[in-house]
Ligand binder design. Structure first.
Ligand code: FAD
Length: 445
């Protein structure tokens, strides 16, 4: 009996997933391993874990429909995969090249453990471009986004590939299924996003495709993207595709293909071009993370938290625009790009707190966390690592520009609702006593 093992990570979809492409062996074993350390050290928060579980449940349904299945394990990913290779006699492991340092190391460890026993195939997926098609070697990637963009100007993104029609059967003796979330992490099972966010994220490939369809063809909100993308309140000011892209429920190539189809009917516009431009930022941070390796996360010493950091996490800095953002993040697991930039800049440049603490807090809270985009954007704002220049946002000016009536501030800080609309709602204020537990200092990588 010959077995292929597909080790799924941030590629939780069937369509446009090369792990399921090409000739596969007689039997197929599909595995996801939740790294127990992420639960133990708190870096995987309830919101993201809940979303992830929805993705896994949906993916299992899709795999079953194709004649396969999914096994979800908890533990050290490389160890668990190695054990399954041994017990099922797999001859090949397929895994996506995830850009995070630990993800790369996990594959190296697996290779080392399996030595000549089994072939480990690392495939690229989820991106607009493949490394082979880049006009430069990854080691020669320019430090800044603008230079990268100029180099990519003539490049045509790859097209998505369809989902497989059928998949090889499950190895007869292999375990199946996934544990209930309430057993893995009861607090994540109980977690619900606040309806104040005005949007409900549901994990999985079907929900991701539905959001893409709705944003393009349903509401047609994409046609206003260039003018609304800095929005703060509402469901459609931006695509909100990030959680599905981060977990790989949809790929960047699929988004680009859909955008292309939309442009064929509606003509290309400033808005559709701008959305594609944002996907290029994602691309840049992903390739940059591959080039940066461990340095993406900053120095090796553990950063120290303090009162200012704890107040920032709780949304109690006294700056309404910042507090609103931090509360939205905690209560929904998501935040607009404009708010992310401001809360990050405030932490680093106004509170003078180590940027790595902020990045680690985002890692815990965001449902769309992805190592490359998160640590890359934080480094960009802090001016660390590959980013020679820091990016500071004047929070009060930004509040007046993007939240002129203070509606966003009041939405998340209802204590301010008695103040007249406008500038009064942006002034520094005294917050109520702490209501959230103080955060832990994150571990180093
Ligand atoms: C401090 C900070 C941390 C961030 N952490 C993350 C993260 O962990 N995961 C994440 O996906 N994005 C992160 N971003 C980028 C960006 O804020 C989000 O991708 C975006 O807000 C998601 O909303 P959207 O899907 O509606 O984006 P849209 O504006 O609709 O853009 C479409 C897609 O383009 C990509 N994109 C847009 N802007 C960026 C950007 N600056 N960097 C990388 N990709 C981008 C995303 O995949 C996004 O889904 C971070 C930004 C900052 C400033």
């Amino acid at each position: 009996m010959s077995v292929d093992l597909v080790w799924l990570r941030q590629d939780l979809r069937l369509a446009d997933n090369p792990l399921f492409g090409g000739p596969l062996d007689e039997h197929l074993l599909c595995v996801y391993v939740l790294d127990e350390r992420w639960l133990a050290d708190g870096r995987l928060g309830s919101a993201r874990l809940g979303f992830l579980w929805q993705c896994l449940i949906e993916l299992r349904g899709c795999l079953l429909a194709q004649g396969s299945d999914l096994l979800v394990r908890l533990g050290d990913p490389a160890d668990e995969v190695a054990k399954l290779v041994a017990s099922e006699g797999a001859g090949r492991v397929r895994v996506r090249h995830d850009p995070g340092w630990e993800e790369v190391r996990a594959v190296d460890r697996l290779r080392h453990r399996l030595a000549n026993e089994c072939r480990v195939e690392v495939l690229e997926s989820g991106m607009l471009f493949s490394s082979a098609s880049l006009p430069l070697a990854i080691e020669a990637l320019p430090a800044g986004f603008s230079a990268f963009r100029r180099k990519m100007r003539e490049m045509v993104p790859q097209r998505g590939i369809p989902a497989p029609v059928t998949l090889p059967p499950w190895p007869p003796s292999a375990p199946r299924g996934l544990p209930a979330l309430r057993r893995v992490c009861p607090r994540a099972d109980r977690w619900r996003a606040s309806p104040r966010g005005g949007f409900r994220f549901t994990g999985g490939e079907a929900a991701g495709r539905a959001r893409l369809d709705d944003y393009l063809w349903g509401s047609g909100a994409v046609s206003h993207y260039a003018h609304t993308r800095n929005g703060l309140v509402g469901a459609d000011f931006s695509s909100r595709l990030s959680p599905w892209l981060a977990h790989g429920c949809v790929s960047a190539a699929q988004v680009n293909d859909a955008l292309h189809a939309w442009e064929t009917e509606h003509g290309d516009s400033e808005s559709s071009r701008w959305l594609r431009f944002e996907l290029l930022w994602r691309e840049y941070f992903h390739w940059a993370a591959r080039q940066d390796g461990r340095t993406l996360y900053g120095r090796e010493t553990a950063p120290l938290g303090g009162d200012a950091f704890a107040a920032w996490c709780r949304g109690e800095t006294g700056l309404p625009f910042v507090d609103a953002g931090m509360r939205e993040l905690a209560d929904t697991g998501w935040l607009s790009n404009r708010a992310r930039q401001n809360v990050a800049s405030f932490l680093v440049h106004d509170l003078n707190v180590d940027w790595r603490l902020g990045a680690a807090w985002f890692e815990r809270c965001l449902i769309d966390y992805d190592a490359a985009s998160n640590w890359g954007n934080w480094g960009y704002i802090a001016g660390r690592g590959r980013h020679v220049r820091a990016h500071r946002f004047e929070v009060l000016d930004q509040a007046e520009c993007y939240d002129p009536h203070g509606d966003y501030a009041v939405r998340w800080c209802p204590e301010l609702s008695s103040l007249p609309a406008g500038e009064a709602r942006h002034r520094p204020w005294r917050h109520a006593p702490a209501t959230f537990p103080p955060p832990l200092a994150p571990s180093t990588r």
